[in-house]
Design a protein. Structure first.
Length: 180
């Protein structure tokens, strides 16, 4: 039986850890040949997104990602880890540059600001490298998308190789649906 994981969460350290634990337990108990993610996320933090991407790239079974709503920001990276990637006709994808949040009253030295800028540039380069390696987009096209910050349709995603197909979600009656 194919397990379906309903994932409608932001990308952060806690969620990434819980999702990796759920998948590890599922693997240890059932050894499924495939896991299907019903995936929608507003995105979140880059580091846990890249960690999830690498975890799913190494996972010992086929991963299918199905965009059932919005795949935004760092969630695009996680989505791209799927061996097969689908999108519902009414779904969308949002790609934008990296944002750094400072707490209220935060102060930074010049050196710390330079370090932050270095991290922002490196994060955008990592995103661009992953997107370019898993799609038909070039690094330059990805960087332009990140600079502009644009929501894109499933048709755009299909044309650019972000997804393999546009399909309505159809769950079998006997589907095993898990939640994070």
């Amino acid at each position: 039986m194919i397990p379906y994981i309903n994932f409608v969460e932001p990308i952060n350290d806690d969620v990434a850890k819980r999702l990796m634990n759920l998948c590890s337990e599922l693997w240890n108990q059932q050894k499924p040949g495939r896991i299907v993610f019903l995936f929608s996320s507003p995105g979140g933090f880059i580091n846990p997104g890249v960690s999830l991407y690498n975890f799913f790239q190494a996972f010992p079974c086929e991963i299918t990602m199905h965009n059932i709503g919005n795949i935004d920001s760092s969630a695009v990276i996680v989505f791209l880890a799927g061996n097969r990637r689908l999108a519902s006709p009414s779904s969308s994808f949002l790609m934008h540059g990296v944002t750094w949040n400072y707490g209220s009253g935060a102060s930074r030295t010049r050196e710390q600001l330079e370090e932050d800028i270095s991290r922002l540039k490196e994060d955008e380069a990592r995103i661009a490298k992953i997107l370019a390696s898993k799609t038909k987009l070039t690094i330059e096209e990805v960087m332009n998308l990140l600079r502009r910050g644009e929501a894109k349709s499933p048709e755009f995603a299909l044309e650019k190789g972000i997804i393999d197909g546009i399909e309505e979600l159809n769950l079998p009656k006997e589907a095993q649906i898990l939640h994070l």
